[in-house]
Ligand binder design. Structure first.
Ligand SMILES: [Zn+2]
Length: 167
C-alpha cells in the first residue's frame, strides 16, 4: 500500500488484479487537490472508496470533475464504493463529478426517533427498482429494530440514478 497526502485529502493506494487500483480517500477535496494524484498512468480499472470524504469546495469539485472527465476519455473503468453522504450530495448537485463512473455502494441518511441520525450503506445493485420510483429503501434501526425515517429528500438524494441511467 502506498500513501500520499494531497494536503487536506489523504490517499491510500492498493493495486489489485492485473491493471486495477483501489484508492481509499479521506478528508477534504479543496483547492489543494490535484487531479493527477488520482490518475494512474497504466491502469484499466479504478475503484475509489469514498467513505471518508468529508467536504468539497467549488474549486475542489471542479478539479475532481476534470479528473473524472479525463479518465472517461481514456476509457478507464471507474467504480465508486462506500460513498459518504457528502460525496453523494456532490454527485447529485454536479453530475459531471460522476464522469462515466458507476456507483457500487453509498451511504444514505436515516433517522430513528430514539437513536437519532444513522447512515446506512446501500448496495446500488440491490435497490435499482426502488430508486427508479424514488422510494427510499426501508431500513430498521440497528439498535432497536424500529423502522427508521429516510432523512433527506428522496427526489434529490437519488437524482444521481437518473444521471447514470441516462448515459
Ligand atoms: Zn433506534
Amino acid at each position: 500500500m502506498r500513501s500520499a497526502v494531497s494536503s487536506s485529502l489523504r490517499i491510500e493506494c492498493t493495486d489489485f488484479e492485473p491493471g486495477g487500483v483501489l484508492y481509499t480517500l479521506s478528508g477534504d477535496v479543496n483547492e489543494t487537490f490535484k487531479a493527477e494524484s488520482l490518475q494512474p498512468k497504466d491502469k484499466k480499472h479504478i475503484v475509489y472508496d469514498l467513505a471518508g470524504i468529508e467536504n468539497f469546495n467549488s474549486i475542489g469539485i471542479r478539479e475532481w470533475s476534470t479528473c473524472l472527465a479525463s479518465l472517461a476519455k481514456d476509457g478507464v473503468d471507474v467504480r465508486f464504493r462506500n460513498c459518504s453522504v457528502v460525496m453523494m450530495d456532490q454527485f447529485n448537485l454536479v453530475p459531471e463529478s460522476l464522469g462515466e463512473g458507476l456507483i457500487e455502494s453509498f451511504y444514505a441518511p436515516y433517522f430513528c426517533q430514539d437513536h437519532g441520525e444513522i447512515n446506512e450503506l446501500l448496495n446500488y445493485a440491490d435497490i435499482g427498482s426502488e430508486l427508479l420510483s424514488r422510494i427510499p429503501p426501508k431500513r430498521l434501526c440497528p439498535h432497536c429494530q424500529k423502522l427508521m425515517d429516510f432523512d433527506a429528500l428522496a427526489e434529490s438524494y437519488f437524482q444521481f440514478h437518473e444521471h447514470i441511467t441516462r448515459r
